[in-house]
Design a protein around this ligand. Sequence first.
Ligand SMILES: Nc1ncnc2c1ncn2[C@@H]1O[C@H](COP(=O)(O)OP(=O)(O)OP(=O)(O)O)[C@@H](O)[C@H]1O
Ligand SMILES: [Mg+2]
Length: 530
Amino acid sequence: MIMAKDVALRFGKRTLFDNVNIKFTEGNCYGLIGANGSGKSTFLKVLSREIDTTSGDIITNNKERISTLKQDHNLYNDLKVIDVVIMGNSKLYEIMKKKEELYCKADFTDKDGILLGNLESEFAEMNGWQAESDAAILLVGLGVDISYHELLMKDVPNAIKVKVLLAQALFGNPDILLLDEPTNGLDIEAKMWLEEFLINFENTVIVVSHDRHFLNKVCTHIVDIDYERVTLFVGNYDFWRKSSELIQKQMKDSNAKKETKIKELQDFIARFSANASKSKQATSRKKVLEKIVLDDLKGSSRKYPYINFKEDKKLSKDVLTTKNLTISVNGVKVINNLNLNINNFDKIAFVGTNELAVTTLFKALVGEITPDSGEILWGASVNKSYFPKNHENEFKEDKRVLDWLINYSKIKEEQFVRGFLGRMLFSGEESLKSIKVLSGGEKVRCMLSKMMLSGANLLILDEPTNHLDIETITSLNTGLIEFDGVVLFRTHDHEFIQTLANRIIEFKEDGKYIDKMTTYDEYLEIKERL
Ligand SMILES: Nc1ncnc2c1ncn2[C@@H]1O[C@H](COP(=O)(O)OP(=O)(O)OP(=O)(O)O)[C@@H](O)[C@H]1O
Ligand SMILES: [Mg+2]
């Protein structure tokens, strides 16, 4: 059990939420939803006591262990994969390390012997002897091959690090599991495995996600953060959507009825208050009028940014050709003899399970890595802009959002850039906060702003939809459909691909590829028949 009692949280003048009273109990999985920047990650940090509330309390049973999903992929660079998982249960890990230290001690005393005995019994009580095999089971379940388990974190690819951190959070049957966007960066098999794990998990789970399919699968409850309120609904995501729409509609209908009634009463009072024979009725109607209260129809923080890309100059016919392009990562060929000819009207979705191949190709196209062999030939008219999957490095400095973006704008006037930020939902004070405190989705909105200002005629986007709320995904989708230049992109959003792409490329595991001028749905049909 974990409970928020009269909790409020403010950053400076801004209230994220206020008056929150919620109890989370065993056996339930709570989906925490809300727009980008509404305060989901912050709420999880408040629950885990990583940050303090402005007022109010978080109440837990002292014996219960809270486990969280770490967000920093480079936190454990010098530790072994298997140890990072076991560290999920910090108490057990400490005992293990202390034991190792004592066993290695040269001047082992009687006192050490007693201490070791105590540690051993505590260790056994915690099922310590099973820790390694439990950790290995979680890793393998998530698709991390045994060959990785003894490697150092810094030597494994990012896609594996994501899974190790997830295994760490799940390790040792925590009482309360707090997961912030756990499906980001997971392949489809790992995602399905996680769904099963959470469905079968018997303790308390609170999970933040923008993935409606995932939320529908795993959640028994939905907790919605919108405009300073945190509201609990029983049921999954679809049920939340239907019932919240229904509540809004009922409130609107009831307000409309009340407004008609108010108008009638006001008319009566205006006509008859001066009339002696009717003044009594007018007075009683005044009393009725005072009692009618309209329902508070608050706005929503779910808003659509205005995303559009305008190229400074048109692309000529000659865009991009690759000749016999081959690229290896850690000695394995991920791109194998790629011969592409890109037209100036192409919007290409890179699909399939081989994410590494796509990220590698994108990096090679922007010159971040050098191919083993082959050529990349760019047309003279091309002006490209790139959205890397991992863009954390952009946001390390303590800079205001406004200053960060001015840096990328040709027009340096503050007024212009502030206007631009406003349409990207950073209005007023929001554009003056530090880029360091931005939420995941806000960082993506910044990156997209930077690309919009670049005037590029060729956009390369590596999973831009990962952290975005549904409103921003829709705006980005429309913005790219209306864009006149070329788009090379990867996303997990089916509808996004279907409505945008006119060409599909899929890399196989051996680096070979399929390249078809078609829509996504047609491609999936063709593939069935292949
Ligand atoms: N230390 C801070 N000072 C000021 N503002 C902050 C601070 N930390 C977070 N914020 C702001 O609080 C808001 C909520 O951030 P949070 O990361 O909780 O959002 P979120 O709901 O998780 O969004 P997303 O879906 O994009 O991950 C954001 O607007 C963020 O910029
Ligand atoms: Mg967040």
